[in-house]
Design a protein around this ligand. Structure first.
Ligand SMILES: [Zn+2]
Length: 81
């Protein structure tokens, strides 16, 4: 689930290609993912650490989206005035 989130959100530089994410060996206190993008000429890889709170937010967003009939609280994006 967090893999998919990272694949959607992470990019290397201005590359528009979706990278491939896989979790490295479990690290205490953090989820460590390696992201790889096989570009036109070279393969780029980098490491992205996801904190437990960040992972929980991803899971919560997924659950919220999956549960019908749940009234979402007012979005912080919506600013009146
Ligand atoms: Zn790329």
């Amino acid at each position: 689930m967090v893999h998919a989130h990272l694949e959607r959100t992470e990019r290397h530089g201005r590359c528009r290609k979706q990278p491939y994410a896989r979790e490295l060996k479990p690290t205490p206190g953090v989820h460590r993912f390696k992201l790889e993008c096989s570009g036109w000429q070279s393969t780029s890889s980098w490491v992205r650490d996801v904190t437990p709170s960040e992972a929980a937010a991803v899971v919560r967003a997924f659950v919220d989206a999956a549960l019908p009939g749940q009234a979402a609280p007012s979005s912080p994006d919506t600013v009146t005035g």
